[in-house]
Design a protein around this ligand. Structure first.
Ligand code: NAD
Length: 470
C-alpha cells in the first residue's frame, strides 16, 4: 500500500475506523456461523431486497434526480427496473443453478462419479461508482446474496444523495448479518481495502481499479474489475440511417453520456458521415427538443469537476450540434454535442469521454475501423451497424472487446442472460444473471470413488513390469 493511502486511512477518527472494522468483522462472523448458506435464506434476502426497492422507490428516484438530473422514467428503466428484473431472474433460477452438475471424472479414476458444487466464497466487498449508482451497487449485491455470501457495499461518494438512499434501503430492509453499507470516499475505501475479503467486486475507472487490485493482491483476494474505456461505433454504408442515428443518439446521450458502454466515438466513411449528420440532428431534436436544457429527459453532469473535464474536450469549430456556448456550469448542463472532422490526435480521442460529446471520424472502410479499434485498448463494447454479414463476422474475428453489439447500442446491458464485463483494460470478470452466481461462488469439483474394485492398484509402485501393461 502506498504511503498516500496509508496516510489517507489515518485521517478517519478512531470511532469511524472502529465502526467500519466492526462491520467487516460482524459479516465475517455471520458467514462463519453459516447464516447465509441455506437456499431459503438467500431467497428471503432477495425478496427483502425487492421489497426494499419498492418501498424506497420515491427516495431513490429523488436521489437520482438530485445527483444526476435523471428523469423518473430513465431511472425506472436503467436503474430500478434493471435491478428488479435481475432479482426476479435470479429468484426464478437460483434453485436450479445451484443443483450439483454431474461430470464423469475419466479413465484414470473409473469407476467414479463427479459433481460440481457451487459454494459461497465468504465475505465480499462491493465498491460502486456514481454513474448508475443504484444499478451498479445492487446488481452485484444480488450475485453476492444469491451466492450465499455476506457483503459490504461501498456506494460512490460522488453521488451522495443516492449513497444515503442506498444506505437507508439496506439498513431498513436487509439483514445486517448479510449486508452492511459503508458510506464514504477514499479514506473509508482505503481502510476497507486493507481488510481481507473473499472477493472484491469493483466498478469504476482503471486507475482506482489498479489500487483495488494491488490491495487485493496483499491477501490473494480474487477481484472482479468492471472498468471502462472508449467504446467505438462503426456505421457501414447501406444502412437505414434514420434508425441508426436514433439508436446511437439514445445510447450516447442517456444519462448525459455518463455510461460505461456509451458509444464513445463514431467511425464511418466520409459519405456515410455526411448522410448521417442530419439524422443525428433530427434524432437529438426528436428526443430532447430544440433546447435540451429544458427537456425533463436530459440529465446533468454529476459534478463541476466532470463538467469542466468534458467541456475542455469540446472544440467548438468542429461542433455540428451543441458546443460550449449553451453549456451552464452552475446547472452542470452540457448540451448534446456532436463533433465532425475530428482527428485521431484531438484531445477528445485521448481519453474515455464519459459525457455528452460524440466525435465523428472518417475512415476509409471497415478495415481501417478495425485497425483503429485494434490500435487502442480493448473496449468494453464495440458497436457495428452493417447490412453485410461478412463484415459482422470480420468484426467478431478481428477485434476484441468486452462485448460486441450489432444493430443497437446500450440495451444489452439490461440483459439478464448475457454475461457482462470487459476484457484487457476494460475489465476482468463477468456478471449479470447466471454469470453473477458463478462469479460469487466457487465451483468445487467433488469426486467420489468406491474402494472396490481397487483399480488404483494399477498405478501404485512398484512400477517394475508396468511398462508392459502400458
Ligand atoms: P467513482 O469516482 O465513483 O469511483 C468508483 C469507486 O471507487 C467509488 O466508490 C470511490 O469511492 C472509489 N474510489 C475512488 N478513489 C479511490 C481511491 N483512491 N482508493 C480507493 N477507492 C477509491 O467512479 P468513476 O471511477 O469515476 O466511474 C466512472 C468510470 O467507471 C468510467 O471509466 C466508466 O466507464 C467506468 N464504469 C464501468 C462500468 C462497468 O460496468 N464496466 C460501469 C460504470 C462505470
Amino acid at each position: 500500500m502506498s504511503t498516500d493511502a496509508q496516510q489517507a486511512s489515518t485521517v478517519l477518527d478512531d470511532v469511524r475506523r472502529g465502526e467500519i472494522l466492526a462491520d467487516v468483522a460482524a459479516l465475517r462472523d455471520s458467514f462463519d456461523a453459516g447464516t447465509t448458506r441455506p437456499l431459503e435464506a438467500r431467497l428471503a434476502q432477495l425478496d427483502a431486497l425487492a421489497a426494499g426497492l419498492r418501498a424506497e422507490r420515491p427516495r431513490l428516484l429523488k436521489a437520482l434526480e438530485l445527483d444526476l438530473g435523471k428523469s423518473r422514467t430513465e431511472s425506472l428503466i436503467t436503474e430500478l427496473g434493471v435491478v428488479s428484473q435481475e432479482i426476479a431472474h435470479m429468484r426464478k433460477n437460483l434453485r436450479a443453478w445451484l443443483r450439483p452438475e454431474r461430470f464423469g471424472p475419466g479413465l484414470m479414476l473409473a469407476p467414479a462419479s463427479g459433481q460440481i458444487r457451487r459454494e459461497p466464497l465468504g465475505t465480499t466487498l462491493i465498491i460502486a461508482p456514481w454513474n448508475y449508482p443504484v444499478n451498479l451497487a445492487l446488481a452485484p449485491l444480488i450475485g453476492a446474496i444469491a451466492g450465499g455470501n455476506t457483503a459490504i457495499l461501498k456506494p460512490s461518494e460522488v453521488a451522495p444523495a443516492t449513497s444515503a438512499a442506498l444506505a437507508r434501503l439496506v439498513r431498513t430492509h436487509l439483514d445486517p448479518a448479510w449486508v452492511r453499507v459503508v458510506e464514504g470516499a477514499v479514506e473509508e475505501t482505503t481502510l476497507l481495502l486493507e481488510q481481507r475479503y473473499d472477493l472484491i467486486f469493483y466498478t469504476g475507472n482503471g486507475t482506482v481499479g489498479r489500487i483495488v487490485a494491488r490491495a487485493a493482491a496483499e491477501h490473494l483476494t480474487p477481484t472482479v474489475l468492471e472498468l471502462g474505456g472508449k467504446s467505438p461505433v462503426f456505421v457501414d454504408a447501406g444502412m437505414d440511417l434514420e434508425t441508426v442515428a436514433r439508436r446511437i443518439v439514445w445510447g450516447k446521450f442517456t444519462n448525459a453520456g455518463q455510461t460505461c458502454v456509451a458509444p464513445d466515438y463514431l467511425m464511418a466513411e466520409r459519405s456515410t458521415l455526411d448522410a448521417l449528420v442530419p439524422h443525428l440532428k433530427d434524432a437529438v431534436a426528436a428526443m430532447y427538443g430544440r433546447d435540451p436544457r429544458r427537456s425533463r429527459d436530459y440529465g446533468r453532469m454529476v459534478n463541476q469537476k466532470h463538467f469542466d473535464r468534458v467541456l475542455a474536450l469540446i472544440d467548438d469549430d468542429k461542433a455540428v450540434i451543441g458546443g460550449t456556448s449553451a453549456a451552464d456550469r452552475a446547472e452542470r448542463y452540457l448540451p448534446p454535442t456532436i463533433l465532425d472532422g475530428v482527428d485521431w490526435d484531438d484531445p477528445v480521442m485521448g481519453e474515455e469521454i464519459f459525457g455528452p460529446v460524440l466525435p465523428l471520424l472518417a475512415v476509409d472502410g471497415p478495415d481501417e475501423a478495425i485497425a483503429r479499434i485494434n490500435g487502442g485498448e480493448k473496449p468494453l463494447t464495440a458497436y457495428v451497424f452493417s447490412p453485410r454479414p461478412e463484415i459482422e463476422e470480420q468484426f467478431i474475428a478481428e477485434t476484441s472487446s468486452g462485448s460486441l453489439a450489432f444493430g443497437h447500442t446500450l440495451a444489452h446491458l439490461a440483459s439478464q442472460t448475457m454475461p457482462f464485463g470487459g476484457v484487457g483494460e476494460s475489465g476482468i470478470g463477468k456478471y449479470h444473471g447466471r454469470a453473477s452466481l458463478e462469479v460469487f461462488t466457487h465451483a468445487k469439483p467433488v469426486v467420489k470413488k468406491p474402494l472396490r474394485p481397487d483399480t488404483l492398484r494399477l498405478v501404485t509402485p512398484p512400477y517394475r513390469g508396468a511398462k508392459r501393461a502400458l
